[in-house]
Design a protein around this ligand. Structure first.
Ligand code: OXD
Ligand code: MN
Length: 599
């Protein structure tokens, strides 16, 4: 048994660690405590082993660069499985493997995979200590890089052990790099066993098991069981000139600017407004005693996409990553600082690219990988909310679903009620991005931005959302936004970034029974003057185009939604088909032009 040097007497933990050690056969087992001493020791070992490169410590104190294996740079959805006893329970949107087969396949790869290596035991907490939202997980890993990342992304060590006490109630995560062979790579979730096995990868989204695996896939399963929601949503606080703060949650597919919106800065034209970051990727939502929906960010750090992050797009993120940050697959400049495409200023005259090769602006490949990342403590963010560690969470006024659509979806619309909002979330669509391996630019349905992160059947997930709606006595309003609408030349017509706040202010007005809106078949859009446009170089015609709802495009959209709903099968709630038919009817009805003053 591993008991001797273990900082816990929890028998369930000790037995499981022992069993996993027998399988993986590490030379040594180290229990992580999350201390500064541990960070310094592991960093030193990583530097000696070439797993980290020290960056310029004057300019970027506590910052290091990691280069991953070139075949291991993104989440691999085709190797990600939900392993439920019944295939039907994983649903049509997930890869499924029978638990026995999955354990057997992975066991063969884990067997002896840690020989000559150390197994690190990471106890971690997702959420805040003493919070009804908190969940405890363990990750056993043979990667120091994983330990260092988990230290930033979660609350790890003693704090998690204390919270767990003697309880056998924890998520069992096992990870080994094994031989980093894509043919022997699996990301396996066993929701019925509260277990995650990830093998053959070292990329964050596949191996930082607290994040997508626990907080979303296993989290969504637990959420259904325990009546809460685990969602792929940022949490943002908006303070008005009177000092009142309202919070919104927003779901966008990967690489559609969630981190940027979570740290958005009010443009000069919106004097007196201030924004507060609570979370940039994941929300756990529960019904509070007041009947409202309350959200917590279960993470402690940001695992953000570097390319495109600049003073223009996200000054707060740039400030956040100036210290104690791990960079993965970005370019290295001669002065020991980092660079990526989209960073302010000219590209460096020369640097070392993410593969470790010399690069100049004449090189045809990118210097930083399009999915290169920074891992940084959330506490370093200049806009971090004073409430971000409140164990109760923050009350949510609005839920925003955001697709990435060149046409069809207007800049913003308000749904008619919770059920209609769930329908809009369930039919969200977007183009694929570089966060996941595979083709980029293909339109796919991404319900609630959860397609790659659902821990169970999509139809039942929608049912769970509908059921939650019946229990929330003071539900947030649900909206849909699309920052990505283009004109006929294919150019974006909305400036995005800080200006998105103008749209959010209209959303908040609507939540308070203010803000003018026009009822259309798809929902309520702002009247042309309901969104502040002072200081925006947008013509009234363009603004009209941004808010327009084209009935013919929506009829075609309905056809596509038909196929999508049909693909979910009989577990798709009837209410969503009803919403689909109701929209079809509204599209056929005579155009209305009712201006609604009331929210
Ligand atoms: C992420 C993702 O890394 O959504 O957050 O892929
Ligand atoms: Mn994400």
């Amino acid at each position: 048994m591993t008991e001797n040097n273990a900082p816990t007497r929890n028998q369930a933990v000790l037995k499981w660690v022992d069993d996993m050690a027998k399988l993986c056969k590490p030379d040594k087992i180290v229990w992580c405590d999350g201390s500064e001493e541990e960070r310094a020791r592991l960093t030193k070992e990583c530097l000696a082993a070439g797993e980290l490169i020290e960056l310029n410590q004057q300019k970027l104190p506590g910052c290091y660069l990691h280069r991953s294996d070139p075949n291991d740079v993104a989440r691999v959805e085709k190797l990600t499985f939900i392993c439920t006893k019944n295939k039907e329970d994983a649903g049509p949107t997930n890869n499924w493997m029978a638990p026995d087969e999955a354990y057997k396949k992975a066991r063969a790869i884990f067997d002896g995979s840690m020989k000559g290596r150390t197994m690190y035991v990471i106890p971690f907490l997702m959420g805040l200590p003493n919070s009804p939202f908190a969940k405890i997980g363990f990750e056993l890993t043979d990667s120091r890089y994983v330990v260092l990342n988990m230290r930033i992304m979660t609350r790890m060590g003693k704090i998690a052990l204390e919270q767990l006490g003697d309880s056998p109630n924890f998520t069992k995560g096992l990870h080994s790099r094994a031989d980093l062979n894509i043919e022997r790579r699996y990301i396996l979730h066993f929701p019925e066993d509260n277990t995650i096995w990830s093998v053959g990868s070292a990329y964050g989204g596949n191996v930082l098991l607290g994040k997508k695996c626990l907080a979303l896939r296993i989290g969504s399963w637990l959420g259904r069981k325990e009546s809460w929601l685990a969602e792929h949503m940022l949490i943002l606080g908006i303070q008005n000139p009177k000092g009142e703060i309202r919070y919104v949650c927003a779901a966008f597919p990967s690489q559609c600017g969630k981190t940027n919106l979570a740290m958005v800065v009010a443009p000069n034209a919106l004097k007196g407004y201030k924004t507060w970051t609570v979370g940039d990727d994941i929300s756990w939502l529960r019904i509070g005693p007041d009947g409202k929906l309350w959200a917590v960010n279960p993470e402690a750090g940001f695992f953000g996409v570097a390319p495109g992050t600049s003073l223009k797009t996200n000054p707060a993120a740039l400030q956040t990553v100036q210290r104690s940050t791990l960079f993965t697959n970005v370019a290295l400049k001669p002065d020991g600082t980092v660079w990526w495409e989209g960073l302010d200023g000219d590209p460096p005259a020369n640097c070392i690219d993410w593969l470790g090769k010399p690069w100049t602006p004449a090189s045809k490949d990118k210097a930083a990988h399009p999915n290169s990342r920074f891992t940084a403590p959330a506490s370093q963010c200049p806009s971090i909310s004073p409430e971000w560690e409140n164990p109760k969470g923050v009350p949510i006024s609005a839920i925003i679903f955001g697709g990435r659509r060149a046409k069809v979806a207007p800049l913003v619309f308000e749904t008619f009620n919770w059920q209609h909002g769930v329908y809009v979330g369930s039919t969200m669509a977007s183009e694929t991005t570089a966060a996941a391996a595979g083709q980029v630019g293909v339109v796919r349905r991404d319900p609630m931005a959860m397609l790659p992160f659902l821990g169970y059947h999509a139809g039942e997930y929608f049912r769970h959302w509908l059921d939650m709606g019946k229990k929330i006595t003071k539900p947030p309003k649900i909206f849909h936004v699309n920052w990505f609408r283009t004109n006929n030349q294919g150019k974006f017509i909305w400036p995005g970034f800080g200006e998105n706040l103008r749209v959010i202010l209209w959303i908040l007005d609507r939540c308070e029974g203010k803000g003018d809106a026009l009822k259309t078949p798809i929902g309520c859009v702002p009247t042309p003057d309901a969104i502040a446009t002072t200081g925006l170089a947008i013509s009234p015609e363009t603004f009209k185009e941004l808010l327009s709802v084209n009935r013919e495009e929506w009829r075609q959209e309905l056809e596509l939604q038909n196929e999508w709903f049909a693909s979910i099968g009989p577990r798709l709630p009837k209410e969503l088909w009803d919403e689909h038919s109701a929209l079809a009817k509204r599209l056929e009805a005579k155009p209305e032009s009712v201006v609604l003053k009331e929210g």
